[in-house]
Design a protein around this ligand. Structure first.
Ligand code: SF4
Ligand code: FE
Length: 483
C-alpha cells in the first residue's frame, strides 16, 4: 500500500502493541487516549493531504527505487525541487495543524542514512547502503511513519559516552549474536514516538574509537520487545480530558514527545545501518541535523496560524484599525516570512551527495534554525500584546455554559457587538494554546531546543562561515598585499 489514507494510518496504529506509560499508568488504548489522540490526528493529516489533488505536487513524490507514487515523507530527495517542496510541505502542514505534526524526523533520518550508509560502504566495503535501500522500500511500500531517534539522555555532559558512570546514558551495543545485536539505552524528547510504526536510532554526537560501541544506527518496529515509551507532560495537557471544551484552544490537533527506553532490545543484522564505524557518527549527526533544521519550516506554518489569530482578535476587540496594531502584524509577518526565506534558501542552495541524494546547504539550514530559536518568541510576544491580558484571566468554558455565570461572561467579555462572545474566547484560547499551552511545546520550546539548541547551530555556523574569504575580500579593497 504505497499511500495510506488517514483512516488506514489510524487503523495501522491499532495493530501495534506499544508499551506506553503516562501519569503513572500503562496506556491500554493509545490511539483513543484523549491526550494522545490529537497528536495522532496531526500525523494523520500528512496522510490525508497526500490524497488531495490540490496538494499532490507538494505532498507526494515518485520513488527513485520503485518508480511508484509515494508520500513525500518517505521520499529520498532527488533534486533541488524536492528539497524546496519539502520546505513548502512543512509550512503547509504547520498551517493546517497549528502544532507539530511529527512525521519529519523519520523523513530526515532516512535521507541522512541514504547519504551516510553509502559513504561508509565507500570507505570500508560494507553493504549498509544495499541494506538501507531494502529497508527504505519497506517503508515506502507500507507508507510508514518513522520516529527519527537521535537525542540520548547524555548524563554528565563533560564526559564522552564510554566514560559515563552509567554506560546506558548513550544507546550502545551490549551483546553481539549470530543473528544480530542487543542494544540498551534511551532516546529523550522523541517527537511523535507513539504515533510511529518504526523507530530509527542514530548516534547523537561525533565519536572516537573508545566510543565505538555507541556508534550504532538501526531501525526497529516501534513495538519491538523491550521498547518502553514514557509520555512527556505538556503545559495544560489535562484540558484535553475535559471533552470538547473551547479551553483546549486547538480543537483538532496537538503534538507529543516521549522518553523511549531500549531495555536490552534485539536488532537483526538486516536492520543495522552503522556498527562501530565511529568515524561516521559525526557525519550522520551533521546531516540529520541539517535536514531537520530545514524541517523547521513547520514553524512558519504555525506562525501563519498565530498571526491570523492575532489579527482576528484585534478585529473582535475593535482595535484592528489602530496604527500600532497594524505595525505589529507587519512585524510578525516580516519575522515569519524571514523564517520562510531561510528554509527555502537552504533547499535552493542544496547539492547532490555521492549517493545521489540531494542535501541542503548546511550553513543556511543552521542559520535558518538559529532564526527559529528567536523569531517565534518575538511573534508570540506580539500576539500576546495584541490579544490582551484576557487571554490568561478568562474564565473557563464551563463558566460560559453555567446558568449562574454564563450571562455575566456573555455581557462582560463582549467586545465588538457583531461578534459572539464565544468566538472571542475561542480565538484567545488558540493564542494561549500556541504561546503558553500544549502547542507552545512545539512553537516555542521546540523552536529553541528541537533539532539542536542554539549553541549547536552557532558551532556549525562558525565551522562553515569561510572567514578567510571574507578577510581576503576586505584586505584586497583597502590595498593590503597578500603575503
Ligand atoms: Fe516536524 Fe516541526 Fe515537529 Fe520537528 S517540530 S517533527 S520539524 S513538525
Ligand atoms: Fe523537532
Amino acid at each position: 500500500m504505497p499511500m495510506m489514507t488517514a483512516e488506514q494510518y489510524e487503523e495501522s496504529l491499532r495493530q501495534l502493541n506499544l508499551v506506553v506509560h503516562m501519569f503513572g499508568k500503562r496506556v491500554e488504548n493509545v490511539v483513543d487516549d484523549p491526550i494522545i489522540r490529537p497528536s495522532m490526528k496531526a500525523v494523520a493529516k500528512t496522510y490525508e493531504l497526500a490524497h488531495l489533488p490540490e496538494h499532490e505536487d507538494i505532498m507526494t513524490a515518485m520513488s527513485h527505487i520503485t518508480g511508484k507514487k509515494i508520500n513525500r515523507f518517505t521520499h529520498i530527495h532527488q533534486s533541488i525541487g524536492d528539497l524546496v517542496k519539502k520546505s513548502k510541505m512543512g509550512r503547509l502542514l504547520g498551517r493546517e495543524t497549528g502544532c507539530c505534526f511529527q512525521r519529519c524526523v523519520g523523513m530526515d533520518a532516512l535521507n541522512a542514512l541514504s547519504i551516510v550508509t553509502f559513504n561508509i560502504d565507500e570507505k570500508y566495503g560494507t553493504e549498509y547502503y544495499k541494506r538501507f535501500l531494502k529497508y527504505l522500500e519497506y517503508v515506502q511500500e507500507n507508507d510508514l511513519t518513522c520516529d527519527g531517534a537521535m537525542t540520548d539522555p547524555k548524563g554528565d555532559r563533560s564526559l564522552p559516552p564510554h566514560r559515563q558512570p552509567d554506560p546506558d546514558q548513550y544507546v550502545h551495543v551490549v551483546e553481539e549474536k549470530k543473528e544480530g545485536i542487543v542494544v540498551r539505552g534511551a532516546k529523550a524528547h522523541q517527537t511523535g514516538a507513539v504515533n510511529s510504526h518504526e523507530v530509527i536510532v542514530m548516534p547523537t554526537i561525533a565519536m572516537r574509537e573508545e566510543d565505538k560501541d555507541y556508534a550504532v544506527s538501526f531501525a526497529l518496529p516501534s513495538d519491538a520487545e523491550g521498547i518502553i515509551y514514557i509520555m512527556g507532560r505538556q503545559s495544560c495537557d489535562t484540558r484535553k480530558l475535559e471533552g470538547d471544551t473551547i479551553d483546549r484552544g486547538n480543537m483538532l490537533f496537538g503534538g507529543h514527545e516521549a522518553l523511549v527506553v531500549f531495555d536490552n532490545v534485539f536488532v537483526p543484522w538486516d536492520r543495522i545501518f552503522m556498527y562501530k564505524e565511529y568515524d561516521f557518527a559525526g557525519q550522520l549527526v551533521e546531516n540529520f541535523a541539517a535536514y531537520h533544521r530545514q524541517s523547521y519550516a513547520c514553524k512558519v506554518g504555525v506562525g501563519d496560524v498565530l498571526i491570523g489569530a492575532a489579527q482576528t482578535v484585534a478585529e473582535y476587540n475593535g482595535a484592528a484599525k489602530a496604527s500600532h496594531i497594524k505595525d505589529k502584524t507587519v512585524e510578525m509577518n516580516h519575522l515569519n516570512e524571514t523564517l520562510y526565506c531561510g528554509c527555502i534558501a537552504c533547499a535552493s542552495e542544496g547539492h547532490k551527495e555521492p549517493s545521489g541524494t540531494y542535501n541542503v546547504n548546511i550553513l543556511l539550514a543552521n542559520v535558518h534554525k538559529h532564526n527559529v530559536t528567536r523569531f517565534p518568541f518575538e511573534i508570540a510576544r506580539l500576539a500576546q500584546d495584541i490579544a490582551g491580558g484576557l487571554m490568561v484571566t478568562m474564565p473557563s468554558d464551563m463558566d460560559l455554559r453555567s446558568p449562574d455565570t454564563g450571562k455575566w461572561l456573555e455581557k462582560y467579555l463582549k467586545a465588538n457587538s457583531d461578534i459572539p462572545t464565544e468566538n472571542r474566547m475561542r480565538i484567545l484560547r488558540l493564542i494561549e494554546n500556541i504561546t503558553l499551552g500544549t502547542a507552545a511545546v512545539g512553537y516555542l520550546t521546540e523552536s529553541m531546543h528541537g533539532a539542536g539548541s542554539p549553541q549547536a547551530q552557532r558551532i556549525m555556523i562558525s565551522r562553515r562561515e569561510n572567514m578567510q574569504e571574507k578577510q581576503r575580500a576586505a584586505r584586497k579593497l583597502c590595498g593590503i598585499e597578500e603575503s
